[in-house]
Design a protein around this ligand. Structure first.
Ligand SMILES: C[S@@+](CC[C@H](N)C(=O)[O-])C[C@H]1O[C@@H](n2cnc3c(N)ncnc32)[C@H](O)[C@@H]1O
Length: 285
C-alpha cells in the first residue's frame, strides 16, 4: 500500500511528534524495520533495503542470529504487510535503492573511460559496507582484469562482501583499516575511487582531509564517485523513529567543501529522483 504523499508525510510527522508511541509502534510493526533500527548506519540495515525488492533468501552471514534471520523471509501477514508498507512509503528507503543503481551506472561509465585511456583498472571502495555496487559491477568486469579493494573498519562487513564476491574472489581484496590511517600511508594508486554513503557520517574538517587523501591515492586522470545526503522531508522521521543519525548537507555546502580540496570542482552531479542523495563525479586532472 502506497499512501498519497501528503498523507504519508503527515503520518510520519505524527509518529515523530508522539515518538513515545511512534517508536514502539515502529518496532512492533515488523522485524524487518526493527532490524533496520537496530543496525542503523551499518551495511546490515542498507542490505535490508537494497535487497528488499529481490525477495532473495537472506544470506545467513548478514544475520548470523537465527532469530533475526527468520524475520527476513517476510513470513506472516503482519510482517509482510508492514515490511511492504515501510519499504514502499519511506522515501529514504526507495532513494537508497536509486543511489545503488546510479552508483553502478557511474562505475560502469568510469570503467569504460579508464579503459579508453588504456589503464589497468583497480577500484578502491572507501567505507565499503557491503560494497554491493562495486561487487555487482565487478561480477561483470572481473574477466576483463578489473580488480577492487575494499576498505572498512568492520570485519563482518568485509566478510559479507567476500561472500558476495565468492565466485571471483581473486579479483577482490578486503582490508580492515581505519581509512583515516590507511589512506595517508599507502603508496598505491587507483583508477577509480568510490565513496558512497559515507560523507553523511563525517564532519566537514575530516571530510576535506579524506578528499585530500583520496586525491593522493588516485592515479592521474583517475575518477572519484562520491555521494552525500541532502536535507529532506523525512529527516526527523529518520533520526527519531528509525534512529539513523546523519549529517545533511546541501549541494552548495558540498561545492564549497570540494573547492577547499585539490579537486577544486565537481565534474558532474547526478541526483536520485527525489533529490535525497546526490552523487558526484570528480576527476584528478
Ligand atoms: C553506511 S555504510 C557503507 C555504505 C556503502 N558504501 C554502501 O554504499 O552501501 C558506512 C561504512 O563505513 C565504515 N566506516 C565508517 N568509518 C570508517 C573508518 N574510519 N574507517 C573505515 N571504515 C569506516 C562503516 O564500518 C560502514 O560499513
Amino acid at each position: 500500500m502506497r499512501l498519497p504523499r501528503f498523507i504519508w508525510y503527515l503520518f510520519a510527522r505524527l509518529l515523530v511528534s508522539f515518538s513515545e508511541i511512534g517508536i514502539p509502534f515502529f518496532l512492533w510493526s515488523c522485524k524487518h524495520v526493527a532490524l533496520i533500527r537496530k543496525y542503523a548506519r551499518s551495511y546490515r540495515a542498507l542490505e535490508l533495503m537494497y535487497t528488499y525488492t529481490s525477495k532473495k533468501t537472506p544470506n545467513p552471514i548478514l544475520f548470523p542470529d537465527p532469530n533475526e534471520n527468520s524475520s527476513m523471509a517476510h513470513q506472516g501477514i503482519k510482517e509482510t504487510f508492514f515490511t511492504n508498507f515501510w519499504e514502499r512509503n519511506v522515501d529514504n528507503a526507495r532513494e537508497v535503492r536509486s543511489r545503488l543503481a546510479i552508483t553502478k551506472k557511474e562505475l560502469h561509465q568510469a570503467i569504460s573511460i579508464q579503459r579508453q585511456i588504456g589503464h589497468n583498472i583497480h577500484i578502491l571502495s572507501v567505507g565499503s559496507g557491503s560494497a554491493r555496487a562495486v561487487i555487482e559491477v565487478l561480477a561483470e568486469n572481473h574477466k576483463n582484469g578489473v580488480k577492487a579493494t575494499l576498505l572498512d573498519i568492520s570485519r563482518s562487513a568485509l566478510r559479507y562482501s567476500e561472500e558476495l564476491a565468492k565466485n571471483f574472489r581473486e579479483s577482490l581484496e578486503t582490508c580492515r583499516v581505519n581509512i583515516f590511517q590507511f589512506l595517508p600511508e599507502t603508496e598505491r594508486k587507483f583508477q577509480i575511487v568510490e565513496m558512497v554513503g559515507l560523507a553523511e557520517y563525517i564532519e566537514e574538517e575530516a571530510l576535506i582531509l579524506l578528499l585530500e587523501n583520496i586525491w593522493d591515492v588516485l592515479a592521474p586522470g583517475g575518477i572519484l564517485i562520491f555521494s552525500h545526503i541532502a536535507p529532506n522531508k523525512e529527516m526527523d522521521f529518520i533520526s527519531v523513529i528509525v534512529g539513523w543519525i546523519m549529517i545533511y548537507r546541501t549541494k552548495e555546502e558540498i561545492k564549497r567543501i570540494v573547492a577547499n580540496t585539490p579537486f577544486k570542482k565537481i565534474e558532474r552531479c547526478i541526483s536520485t529522483p527525489l533529490g535525497i542523495h546526490h552523487l558526484y563525479v570528480l576527476r584528478k586532472t
